[in-house]
Design a protein around this ligand. Structure first.
Ligand SMILES: [Zn+2]
Ligand SMILES: [Zn+2]
Length: 376
């Protein structure tokens, strides 16, 4: 088995610093592809792991929001005919720009058979290993290293399941392609697929990080009237620029009821805080829909007034990975970026290096900016 030398940031345990180290990467096996990473970001789901809020194994290359270029196909991976554009048909080619997705559906579990592939119970790359607990990454001394959610994007290269590498329009900016791997898809899908926002509806977005801003763009694109809530004036200014009709600081959240004449049709909680999830329930009209998108620490529980919730006939939804089918919907989001419908480039606060991950996580703890993207 040939190996390639890569540089990757390994999670060694909660609250320990992340820094790139030299690693060995095996060649792809059947069903896998090797990618050269072109961009990756840090997401709250990485932060939850680093801060010890989500229990995950040590010795794993973190990162699950990334994009790469295919360098090698595993022995039996279908090669796409040149006549078919990337993302518009099946198969992969060396040189494809690919968005890496952190749920590569197994295709056979009950959720996959229902078509709800984002709920796949046994995704390829689950358990932070490739198929059959297999390891493709090792330290020079032979220590096996896992890959977070089967993609481990905080590295200069990676071997992933072919189903986790979705070819997209090569004109997609690489930093945006990385964000489509998680934040953008999560926010856009919550609006389009989970909640099904329609033109003319009123939408309140709580929290304007990467996910919340992506949700805002999708709601504006859908023709909805958007009210955005955040505590950072810079983010509210950006929300206005992106088409929000009203922006509010958290203390004024109750104004949503006045501005919408009785409550919004939809509320999206995009932070992952118990308090804002509870507020979201109060901001929708009778019959309105609350979609929870932000992820809390494991075990967090919220309280709602059940009598009023039932009396007002409200609906509460959870949105995982935007309820999207990656192979079908990721190329569509990329195409919408190229066509100018989704200005996801506005999510990029800064370009950084692989050695700056700790600083980027710190900025995220301060809720400073949307996304800092490592561009290789
Ligand atoms: Zn994420
Ligand atoms: Zn499945």
């Amino acid at each position: 088995m040939n190996t390639t030398t890569i540089s990757g940031a390994v999670f060694r345990g909660p609250r320990l610093p992340l820094y790139p180290e030299e690693l060995r990467l095996d060649d792809p096996r059947p069903g896998e592809v090797r990618v050269r990473m072109v961009a990756t970001s840090v997401c709250h789901s990485d932060l939850h792991v680093v801060d010890g809020e989500w229990a995950r194994p040590n010795d794993v290359v973190l990162g699950h929001e990334g994009a790469g270029v295919i360098e090698a196909l595993g022995p039996d991976v279908a090669e796409r005919p040149t006549a078919i554009a990337p993302g518009s048909g099946p198969g992969h080619r060396v040189g494809d720009l690919v968005v890496l997705v952190w749920t590569a559906p197994c295709g056979t579990c009950p959720a996959c058979r229902r078509g709800e592939v984002w709920l796949c119970a046994t995704p390829r790359g689950g358990g932070h290993r490739l198929a059959a607990e297999a390891v493709r990454v090792r330290r020079p001394d032979g220590t096996p290293i896992g890959v977070y959610s089967g993609v481990g994007t905080h590295a200069t290269g990676q071997v992933v399941d072919a189903a986790a590498a979705i070819p997209v329009d090569p004109r997609t900016p690489v930093d945006v392609a990385a964000l489509i791997g998680c934040a953008a898809t999560t926010g856009v899908g919550a609006v389009r697929a989970t909640a099904g926002v329609r033109a003319g509806e009123t939408v309140v977005i709580i929290g304007l990080g990467g996910v919340g801003l992506a949700a805002l763009m999708a709601a504006v694109d859908a023709g909805a009237t958007v009210i955005a809530i955040d505590r950072e004036p810079d983010k509210l200014a950006l929300a206005s620029l992106l088409g929000a009709a009203h922006v509010l600081e958290p203390g004024a959240a109750g104004d949503v009821v006045r501005l919408t004449g009785g409550g919004a049709d939809h509320a999206f909680e995009c932070i992952g805080l118990v308090a804002t999830a509870e507020v979201a329930v109060d901001l929708v009209r009778p019959g309105g829909t609350v979609t929870l998108v932000g992820m809390t620490p494991q075990g967090a529980r919220a309280g709602i007034d059940i009598y009023r919730f039932v009396e007002k006939g409200k609906r509460l939804l959870g949105s995982n990975y935007g309820s999207l089918v990656p192979a079908r919907d990721v190329p569509v989001i990329a195409a919408d970026v190229v066509a100018g419908r989704l200005p996801l480039g506005r999510l990029v606060t800064d370009h950084i290096g692989l050695g700056d991950l700790d600083a980027a996580l710190d900025a995220m703890r301060r809720r400073d900016g949307a996304r800092r993207v490592v561009v290789f």
